[in-house]
Design a protein. Structure first.
Length: 114
């Protein structure tokens, strides 16, 4: 009984984090600001789901597979964010060594066009 409650709470928190991240992504003005809201959904929510699997299943092959997937997701998330940032810079006409230009909503790379 207690395992189900803990599992439900962990999964509920993971869902809440993903929903709040999606809202943050939707309301931010440009791609650079939106990029900050991807991290909780890409790192924190999977950790909570993995904990829920561990609480529900205990030490099992399902738990091992979940941990392997979690390690991969957490290890890859920073590289994905960095690659996205470099793509935004390249689209804006900047170089990696230069400061990031200020993007306006009608410029490429912002995701918003008038």
């Amino acid at each position: 009984m207690i395992r189900e409650v803990i599992t439900d709470v962990l999964l509920g928190l993971a869902t809440l984090i993903v929903v709040l991240s999606a809202v943050g992504i939707a309301v931010m003005p440009d791609a650079l600001a939106r990029l900050h809201y991807v991290t909780p959904a890409a790192v924190v929510a999977p950790v909570l789901v993995a904990l829920a699997v561990f609480v529900r299943e205990g030490l099992d092959s399902n738990t091992g597979q979940t941990v392997i997937a979690l390690v991969f997701m957490v290890a890859v998330a920073p590289y994905l964010s960095h690659a996205t940032l470099r793509a935004i810079r390249a689209r804006a006409g900047g170089d990696a060594g230069e400061p990031l230009p200020q993007l306006t909503p009608d410029q490429p790379g912002t995701g918003e066009h008038r």
